[in-house]
Design a protein around this ligand. Structure first.
Ligand SMILES: Nc1ncnc2c1ncn2[C@@H]1O[C@H](COP(=O)(O)OP(=O)(O)OP(=O)(O)O)[C@@H](O)[C@H]1O
Length: 288
C-alpha cells in the first residue's frame, strides 16, 4: 500500500523566548492510502496543532509533512477538513447543494460537473433529496453529513477530521460513525481523524495513534485488528474491542505500552496485547 501522508520529526512551538510554548515535540508517523487513522490524546496535548501543521495552516517549527510525497507548504489543493462545529462551517444563506458546490468553484470543473459532484456526494451521505433545503432546516447530524459531503465532493487525497462528531447526540454519533466507515470503504478515502473519545477511536480506526501530554509525542501506534464490518452493539461488546479500549485508556492514564509488545518503530502489537488481555480477563473470570 502506498503512503499518502508522512509526518517526520514534527515539532511546533508557539512564540519565542521564555514565553514560548512547546506544543508538539517529536511526531513521526505515516498514513497509508485508504487508511483511517485515529488520533487520541489528552485535552490540550497538541492534537489541533498537529492537524493545523498537516493541513498547512501553520508552518511547523521543526520537521516536515509530506502529502503523496510533496512537501506541505500552505494548504494543499487536494486536502479537505471537517470540523466539529458544522453550524459555523456551513453558509446558512446557501442551499445544501450550493454549500457542497461552493469549494468546487476554485477547481477547473464546469458548472455542470460541480453540480454533478455535489449531487453524487450528497447521495453518498444519504442526502440526495435535501439539496434544495437550507442547513437550518436540517438536524445537527444532517448538517454534519452535509459538511462531510462537501469535503468528499472535492475527492481529497486526504480528509482531516477534527472531533467531527463531538457536537451531536449519542445516537446520531453512532449513525455518523457507521456512515463514515461505509463511505471510507466504498471510496477508499484516506482519513486522519482526531477524537477525545477512546471508544470512537477504536470503533472507527484501522489504527489508533495515542499521544502523550503536551509537548506531545506518540505513546503508541496501535493497529485495530477488528473486522472491517463493524456493528455498534456486537463490535463494542467483542473481547478484542474491550481489550483495545482498555489499552488506549491505560496509556492515556499514564501507563506504559503493553510490555514486551512494543516494536522498534514504537508501535504496539495489539495481537499480543489482546492475547495477554484476554488471558488476564479469562483468568479473572475463572477466579471469580
Ligand atoms: N496560538 C497559540 N499560541 C500559544 N499556545 C497555543 C496556541 N494554540 C494552542 N496553544 C497551546 O498549545 C497546546 C496544544 O494545543 P492544541 O489546541 O493543539 O491541543 P488539543 O490537544 O487540540 O486541545 P483540545 O483537546 O483541548 O482540543 C496547549 O497547551 C495550548 O494552550
Amino acid at each position: 500500500m502506498s503512503t499518502m501522508l508522512e509526518v517526520s520529526g514534527l515539532e511546533h512551538r508557539y512564540g519565542n523566548g521564555p514565553t514560548a510554548h512547546h506544543a508538539v515535540r517529536d511526531l513521526s508517523f505515516t498514513v497509508a492510502t485508504g487508511q483511517l487513522a485515529c488520533i487520541v490524546g489528552p485535552s490540550g496535548c497538541g492534537k489541533s496543532t498537529l492537524l493545523r501543521c498537516v493541513a498547512g495552516l501553520i508552518e511547523p517549527t521543526g520537521g516536515e509533512v509530506r502529502l503523496h510525497g510533496d512537501l506541505v507548504r500552505g494548504v494543499p489543493d487536494d486536502l479537505a477538513v471537517v470540523f466539529q462545529d458544522y453550524s459555523r462551517s456551513l453558509f446558512p444563506w446557501l442551499t445544501v447543494r450550493q454549500n457542497v458546490e461552493f469549494p468546487l468553484r476554485w477547481t477547473r470543473l464546469s458548472r455542470a460537473q460541480r453540480r454533478e459532484r455535489a449531487h453524487e456526494a450528497l447521495g453518498w451521505v444519504g442526502l440526495a433529496e435535501a439539496g434544495d433545503k437550507h442547513p437550518w432546516q436540517l438536524s445537527g447530524g444532517m448538517q454534519q453529513r452535509v459538511s462531510i459531503a462537501r469535503a468528499l465532493a472535492r475527492r481529497p487525497a486526504l480528509l482531516l477530521m477534527d472531533e467531527p462528531f463531538a457536537s451531536v447526540d449519542a445516537q446520531t454519533r453512532f449513525e455518523l460513525e457507521d456512515l463514515l466507515r461505509r463511505v471510507q470503504a466504498e471510496h477508499g478515502s484516506t482519513i486522519l481523524l482526531v477524537t477525545h473519545d477512546i471508544d470512537e477511536s477504536v470503533y472507527l480506526g484501522d489504527r489508533v495513534l495515542v499521544l502523550s501530554r503536551s509537548p506531545t509525542s506518540i505513546l503508541a501506534d496501535l493497529p485495530v485488528d477488528l473486522p472491517a464490518e463493524r456493528d455498534q452493539i456486537d463490535t463494542r461488546e467483542s473481547p478484542k474491542f474491550v481489550s483495545l479500549r482498555g489499552e488506549v485508556a491505560r496509556l492515556l492514564h499514564g501507563g506504559e505500552p503493553a510490555h514486551g509488545v512494543v516494536d522498534s518503530a514504537g508501535s504496539t502489537d495489539l495481537a499480543a496485547a489482546t492475547a495477554s488481555e484476554t488471558d488476564r480477563s479469562g483468568r479473572a473470570e475463572q477466579k471469580g
